[in-house]
Design a protein around this ligand. Sequence first.
Ligand code: PLP
Length: 413
Amino acid sequence: MNAQPQSPVFDVERIRADFPLLSRTVHGKPLVYLDNANTSQKPAVVIDAVDRHYREHNANVARAVHLLGEEATAAYESARDGLARFIHAESRDDIVLTSGTTQSINLVAYSYALPRLKEGDSILTTVMEHHANIVPWQLVAARSGAKVKAAPIDERGELIVEKFFDMLTPEVKLACVTHVSNVLGTVNPVREIARECRKRGIALLVDGSQAVPHRPVDVKALGCDFYALTGHKMLGPTGTGALWARREHLQSMPPFFGGGEMIREVRFDGTVFADAPHKFEAGTPNIAGFAGLAQAIGYYEELGFEATHAWEQTLLTYATERLSEIPGVRIFGQAKDKEPVISFLLEGAQATDLATLLDLEGIAVRSGHHCAHPLMQFFGVPATLRASLAFYNTRAEIDAFVAAILKVRKLLL
Ligand code: PLP
């Protein structure tokens, strides 16, 4: 274990005390949770908000005039306010609450892209995308006769930006780029990409799933058209997320789901929809989840990204150095601007075997393709191991992780 102080300014042990699950054991060992890119752990304020909703406020949103209904609606809508602050949206009405990034991207695919696409058009994405930012485009491309093209990356795992710009040809109607890669941690230069897209009149969707847990996001400054995010990777409950979009897009897009809550008047000779964002929020939402997400945002706001980001970068550097010392370790992704995600392989060991043995040591890492088949194809591997960090991780956990790899390495090689 490392005896160095964790950080002079960042009291990680105090922060860890806010996360009940972090103190549990796994297979008799202290849990070392390094699967944060998959889903983050939740602070007690989030868990309590979900619990409190069901114990004290449970009712449906919008339809009720009774007090419980008002309280449930206020909790749900407070997530919209929080998200608008969190990503610096101009208006809370530009935030559509969804079940997560997957739903947010599908909403854009079916409500924005599909009505606009025709034979010969293309959608431009990149080789490093999560399947959630590939497959919806393939589905609408198949229906419209459009094509999906992917811009290349280099061996360091960085987008070849000039190539991306070259590929922004007149038949491209939409560009879709991840802000941060879930496999490589690469941060894409979204501002520059947005600038080039705007010059050419091409709308840009940014998948912010892996960015919002780590860095402040300002959708106005980024200059994109759509920004999709998921709540469960940013301390919030599963089944919560959002789509931010420029007002003119939200106004022009038809609803994707029909049902209750999204209408002004329903008649058999024609239904009048509610205004955005409500016209995209048919049915009963995950009210308790959004009550929790509002608290998650408050938690980030209290900590401040300056402190969490600095600590995460310290951990990223430390973990990269320690892993690199292990003979036979190959790290995928050496981008200059990188969030704390480390994909790697150990020569001679199967990723899944290694992850299974690490689990027995209490270390939770992910192994597999990480929903990024094209990226695995680019690197010519079927799978990697991925250690993804959060601000509540410690140097001692990284030491335990490295020690466990050295131990299981002996069993595997
Ligand atoms: N995009 C990226 C970059 C992701 O990492 C993930 C989840 O792993 C998603 C999209 C999908 O998010 P969700 O399953 O919450 O919709």
